[in-house]
Design a protein around this ligand. Sequence first.
Ligand SMILES: [Zn+2]
Length: 254
Amino acid sequence: MKVYFLGTGTSQGIPVIGSNHSVCLSNDLKDKRLRVSVWIHDENNSIVIDCGPDFRQQMLTSKCQKVDAILFTHEHADHTAGMDDIRPFNFKQGPIPIYAHDRVLKNLEKRFDYIFETENKYPGAPSIQSNEVVNNKPFSIGSFQVIPINVLHGNLQVFGYRIGDFAYLTDVKTVEPSEIEKLKGVKVLVVNALREEPHHSHFNLQEALDFVTLIQPEIAYFTHISHILGFHDEVQKKLPKNVFLAYDNLEISI
Ligand SMILES: [Zn+2]
């Protein structure tokens, strides 16, 4: 199984529009971060977690040829605003199954009413097939067994997902012991690390490091990174030897 980091930035992306911050002005490609998303694939299966405003660019750059399903973590725009751009996949494949919490499905239905329209739908509009994700109910997509991990982003419920030895958690601030159990034995953990300063709804760098110590994966990658965390290369030097800052277009094998 391969995991391709389509985007590793926080909600505004890096560079931030109009910003003169040194990280936003960096020429290092590892300091350029689209909105957060991953593509998980093997020979037969291909799924994407979240569909933010950079989805089109991410699909072009990664050369992703098919999407069997989109899993949503939560409804915030940096994770959902690219929904209109699934159309090229619809034209090749038909409706794309999406997986999300019932609350998120309802939110998408409101914001993308034309996608969910059943009568007189505009020809060529995106088409999806909705699937509700329920905590403690693992599901399968092709041969991928998916375990939802229920976490909190401030007060908002968010789903992380575990597939075999890999787990992906973004926009996390609090994780209950029951959910920690579900992450036991995971080899590769991806988790959000926004910046050094505390934040009300995201792990900061120290909280993300503490979480890695708690879960003890073989290797961990940090994502959903703000420009104020600093330059990739400088932050990387300060991390333990099994912890890495993810960067856009990094692909790992699991
Ligand atoms: Zn986010």
